[in-house]
Design a protein around this ligand. Structure first.
Ligand code: NAD
Length: 247
């Protein structure tokens, strides 16, 4: 039996990147996993990679979808809020639509998911919520990440607040703050920058003191710890896993 045996975990944005690596790792550790994503093809390929994982489409910007899914598929022991969107630009490059979209995907989603999973968790007196923030948040200002950094700082505030409100009732809530992790969306962002892709990759790598990007599995390892009872004395904390970027 694994480190998560007996746990039932809901993961958002589990089709690719960190969410996908975490879904696979959670299942390996004995959890029952409900992997959700907006992209049905990504979920199908995850299911093909690990048939033990249950998948279900979910767009985290739809509050009603969230509440229906939790009603029908819950109660959960673990919620990993992994969905997030990176808008690039300074305050001057950020229009109302990008600002709203950033908060909708990165923050409102977590508000609705936490609100949906908490009542059944409270009823059973246990639950671990893990929220995906970033080093680009209240931890560190990163150039050209204005809206993104604001949303990820909000994730930390939301995390600490939930932890404080339910600390005596068996609920733990913690945040993960990665540095730059090699995921498909990072590749897309590099391609979107245009020009010399090699140089863009190099600049992402160069800002990492370890001289390399993180692997999704290195973030999944922390998520396993926070989901498991090994972290039973840990709540309201902000876990940096960034290869020394913010040091
Ligand atoms: P990603 O950005 O590549 O996205 C993974 C999945 O999110 C995709 O399968 C996509 O279909 C899904 N998705 C997009 N919009 C969605 C929506 N509205 N509802 C549900 N799913 C949706 O994955 P990633 O780079 O691993 O990032 C995951 C999380 O980690 C994000 O919150 C991101 O901000 C955070 N993060 C990433 C890095 C990094 O360097 N990759 C660093 C710090 C924090």
């Amino acid at each position: 039996s694994g480190r998560l045996s007996g746990k039932y975990a809901l993961i958002t944005a589990a089709g690719a990147g960190i969410g996908r690596a975490t879904a696979i790792r959670f299942a390996k550790e004995g959890a029952r996993v409900l992997a959700t994503d907006i992209n049905a093809d990504a979920l199908a390929s995850l299911k093909a990679e690990d048939p033990a994982i249950t998948t279900c489409p979910l767009d985290v910007t739809h509050a009603e979808q969230i509440h229906a899914l939790v009603r029908e598929r819950g109660p959960f022991d673990v919620l990993f809020n992994c969905a997030g969107y990176v808008h690039a630009g300074t305050v001057l490059d950020t229009d109302d639509v990008s600002w709203r979209r950033s908060f909708s995907i990165n923050v409102d989603s977590m508000f609705h998911l936490c609100k949906a999973v908490l009542p059944p968790m409270l009823e059973r007196g246990r639950g671990s919520i893990i929220n995906m923030s970033s080093v680009a948040s209240s931890i560190k200002g990163v150039p050209n990440r204005f809206a993104y950094t604001a949303t990820k700082a909000a994730v930390i505030g939301l995390t600490r607040s939930i932890a404080a409100d339910f600390v005596t009732r068996g609920i733990r809530c913690n945040a993960i703050c990665p540095g730059t992790v090699k995921t498909p969306s990072l590749g897309e962002r590099v391609r979107a920058l245009g020009g010399d892709e090699e140089a863009h990759w190099r600049s992402f790598v160069e800002r990492q003191p370890m001289g390399r990007l993180g692997d999704p599995e290195e973030i999944a390892a922390l998520a396993v710890y926070l989901a498991s009872d090994e972290s039973s004395f840990t709540t309201g904390t902000v876990h940096v896993v960034d290869g020394g970027w913010s040091n």
